[in-house]
Ligand binder design. Structure first.
Ligand SMILES: [Mg+2]
Length: 234
């Protein structure tokens, strides 16, 4: 199970911009004037576009100093993140229920690894997540490659092939769903962000949920169990 983080498990409101402002000022000694669209995109893509918006040219190696500054800024703002943000309804229960069902869980996220740990631990969501088998936002601008990276790490960690129907990506944007589709794995779309359920379905989501509050529906979807409804006859 590969979780997206922002708007799927948590929301941190305006703190995403604050993190960027702090990191950008630290590295460039100039204030952040514009910030690229962040929704569903990887840190590498957001950073590259933001630098272009400021007329700054940085090669691949030059990005690392920004990544480090972003991770430092998130840690610095941890108390504010905790205060302004929250775990979305059902997130804690969902991770717990999937752990109880024996499902290995990690993240495929636009966030950096350090930022992922900072964010999820701030809301008590880090337990049950194996951060070593995830895919992270500094690794590519293409989310599908992050899914592949996570599958490689999971296969190596488990000692058997982890791909296809055995893998589920869960996220709130069409970027999450397309990354799953392009990698040949299943996906759960959660309409807890700015993307409507119908758009997640159109993008190819295997299952679409309004939010994470129906733990049983989520676990059934992940385990490919048909939901049992009281009115159904045998
Ligand atoms: Mg998201």
């Amino acid at each position: 199970m590969l979780w997206d983080i922002d708007q799927t498990l948590i929301t941190i409101g305006g703190l995403s911009r604050r993190i960027y402002e702090r990191a950008f000022l630290q590295v460039t000694a100039q204030p952040l004037r514009e910030l690229a669209d962040m929704s569903g995109r990887t840190e590498r893509a957001i950073l590259r576009e933001t630098l272009v918006l400021h007329g700054l040219r940085v090669d691949d190696d030059g990005l690392q100093v920004y990544f480090d500054a972003i991770a430092d800024a998130a840690e610095h703002l941890r108390a504010e993140i905790k205060q302004a943000g929250y775990a979305l309804p059902g997130a804690v229960e969902a991770i717990r229920a999937l752990t109880a069902a024996g499902i290995a869980q990690s993240v495929v996220t636009g966030n950096l690894k350090r930022v992922s740990i900072t964010k999820l631990s701030a809301f008590g969501l880090a337990e049950g997540i194996d951060f070593e088998i995830g895919g992270y936002g500094d690794e590519s601008e293409d989310r599908a490659l992050l899914v592949k990276q996570a599958m490689r790490r999971a296969s190596h960690s488990c000692g058997h092939d982890v791909s296809g129907d055995r893998v589920v990506v869960i996220g709130d944007t069409v970027h999450d769903i397309r990354a799953a589709r392009d990698t040949g794995v299943r996906s759960v779309g959660v309409a807890s962000g700015r993307t409507a359920a119908a758009d997640l379905a159109d993008a190819g989501a295997t299952v679409v949920l309004a939010d994470l509050t129906d733990t049983t529906a989520l676990v059934d979807a992940v385990l490919m169990r048909k939901p049992v409804r009281p009115h159904q006859s045998a």
